[in-house]
Design a protein around this ligand. Sequence first.
Ligand SMILES: [Zn+2]
Length: 256
Amino acid sequence: MKGKSKGSKEKTKSFFLTTPIYYVNDRPHIGQAYTTIATDVLVGFKRLAQGKSFFLTGTDEHGSKVFESAQKANLETQNFCDVNSGYFKKLWEKLQIRYDYFVRTTDKRHEEAIGVFLEKLFHSKTEKGEPVIYKGEYKGLYCLGCEKFITEKELVDGLCPDHQRKPQVLSEKNYFFRLSAYLPQIKEKILKDEIKILPEERKKEVLGLFKQNLEDFSISREKVKWGITLPFDPGQKVYVWVDALQNYITAIGYGD
Ligand SMILES: [Zn+2]
């Protein structure tokens, strides 16, 4: 009896599965095909077993890397994105992938939802009454050849591998998200499995991050040209990770 009632409850749950959204700086590769086929198989099974399911995939299209790849290909950036995003769609068609929605981060729907999301954050306060978003100074290594910030990991013998030159330490005014105000709550939710991370080793990995010095993080860039314009400061673009990761909620209606 117990098992039966659990079974009928299961049937009403909807199942949402997404692939990562793929970066359009190049054409699809075998690893992306593998992930998408695996997703298709799992969603196909859930569809038969549960009925209600939603399968999301799409392409991640902003940031300086896409901008540079477009320049190298001698194409206007949006056109370059259209072409490469099209390769993904064509491949999924050939592989008979049955996704429900294909999100593109340059879609008007997504861009507008990011505006809604950031406006909401901009007008929010923490429990202590501090603004969630504030303007601060972002400091990083900047390569004049690349015209962008690069990370220490990307350097080869202290030099930019593309330009064989030493990057400068440069700073710009950016907007920051006050992550530090939320760290204790996030940690507790992960520990209690209210935010469930599987497999267990990944959960441990994320919890390990809390032991490092986690800081507030920059959500905008002044020098990046290809991105969503910050709704409360037209001189800045939304940092690509802040824009791209929201696709998993904008694709299912956040901000509509
Ligand atoms: Zn460089």
